[in-house]
Design a binder for this molecule. Structure first.
Ligand code: AMP
Length: 143
């Protein structure tokens, strides 16, 4: 298996899970969070690096090694931060695989015609609910 160099932004529940999983799979991982306490959510098996800093600062991204990263996953609780960092990673540093967490599905227009992949927690929860509920739910715009 090729060992990828991955940068995860935000060590909340999603970010710390993804970072832990990639680390356990043998990838070279660094996780950035502006709050050092957030790293407590990482698994005991996480063996990557931890970096305290604001990911919208390109110096922080460079110190984390974005210039030779293969994957970047932006999982902060702020869609605009995730969009900004994902665009910077993809368009300025040419990171091959870029993912971002988006709370607001309507913001997906901002990554149209890019190679950035979005993870929509709300949509995934709704799909899971619809699957387990079984009945016909109508499409609605309560997002
Ligand atoms: P959660 O609220 O569980 O989704 O976690 C989101 C995480 O993203 C928190 O630990 C925040 O400290 C972190 N975060 C938010 N904005 C930034 C940022 N600009 N740079 C780095 N980490 C951030």
């Amino acid at each position: 298996m090729k060992k990828d160099k991955a940068i995860v932004i935000g060590s909340g529940r999603l970010g710390s899970y993804i970072a832990s999983e990639l680390s356990i799979q043998g990838h070279d991982v660094i996780i950035i969070d502006k709050d050092g306490d957030a790293f407590r959510k990482l698994s005991d098996q996480y063996s990557g690096y931890r970096y305290i800093g604001d990911a919208v600062d390109s110096e922080v991204l460079e110190q984390a090694g974005i210039e030779d990263a293969d994957i970047l996953i932006a999982t902060t609780n702020n869609d605009n931060t995730n969009l900004f960092v994902a665009h910077v990673a993809s368009m300025i540093y040419f990171v091959e695989k870029v993912y971002l967490r988006l709370g607001d599905i309507e913001k997906s227009t901002l990554i149209e015609n890019t190679s950035i992949h979005a993870i929509y927690p709300f949509k995934l929860s709704m799909e899971e609910f619809k699957r387990s509920f079984g009945g016909d739910l109508h499409e609605n715009r309560h997002q």
